[in-house]
Design a protein around this ligand. Sequence first.
Ligand code: GTP
Length: 361
Amino acid sequence: MSGFDPKKVDAVVLVGGKGTRLRPLTLSMPKPMLPTAGLPFLTHLLSRIAATGIERVLLGTSYKAEVFEEEFGDGSKLGLQIEYVFESDPLGTGGGIANVAPRLRHDTVVVFNGDVLSGADLGSLLEFHHGHSADLTLHLVRVADPRAFGSVPTDENGRVTAFLEKTQDPPTDQINAGCYVFDRKIIDRIPRGRPVSVEREVFPALLSDGVKVCGYVDATYWRDMGTPEDFVRGSSDLVRGIAPSPALPGDRGEALVHDGASVAPGAVLIGGTVVGRGAEIGPGSRLDGAVIFDGARVDAGSVIERSIIGFGAHVGPRALIRDGVIGDGANIGARCELLRGARVWPGVELPDCGIRYSSDV
Ligand code: GTP
């Protein structure tokens, strides 16, 4: 195998989406910047890119674009050269790729959705792409239940044979993992100046045009962080070391408590819980797979399971929040119960016992 020089690869990370499924958290911060195991989510991905030896990264921004540059600047802290390519009107995933074309310097371009947590070996992916002389290589991951995703079958030579929408009866457990290696010239075929979806429009068109599209298949850690359920799970997996990240230390534990946070005696923190900077956790509370953003407060005796508590939000005593999202600065009164996907918008005040799913107050 000839190998490749990662310095001759441009990385493109798409971070311009509005992240509607993660509202209300994404009202104040773009999804790839949400704190995940104590770091902006994107830091985990950028560290992976840097660890592969790739140096040049173009961030395709749109929604809340300025936040990215404030955090990452020129990229030197991560050992990268980061440039920003802004879309005033979001162009979709395909349009976002086409929009960076004038700024590309290399013939090999690896594109990432900016909200995927993955353990794929990027060096192997690039070697596969070159070894197969592909025009486009998709990272495909095997998942236990492919029905919720588009499935992408390949033939015995690794060539993609179809792009199938979600179906109850997928012919393969290989799904599109949101990471692609393009030969530079293929990017020029993406329609310009209008929104384009890479998954729904560009890939099927390339396939029917006879472009050599290959699939690099693995079964490493993979999670699209697009929903609260996945965000909570991915964060917990990062904390516990189940999800890999070169940005975090090798040995990780059951919970992560950040500087300036206070955890009262008798509070139980398990399941990959994260407590953000300056957050306060009261005595006798139980946090299982909880994501507590900076400055939030959880009072005595509360139970938080698989839920996100936004910046500066407050959960009163003996509340129960399970599979919920509490927006920044919201105030949840004592003994409230919020279950099964409940979302509280920023700044909302719920009085004591204001919402319950049971009668035993
Ligand atoms: P939802 O609104 O919840 O679907 O989230 P999203 O807007 O992030 O869309 P999706 O999860 O499908 O996007 C996958 C990745 O592509 C994310 O990292 C997005 O930030 C990014 N993305 C989505 N749309 C655009 C766009 O129009 N332009 C750019 N540059 N990136 C985009």
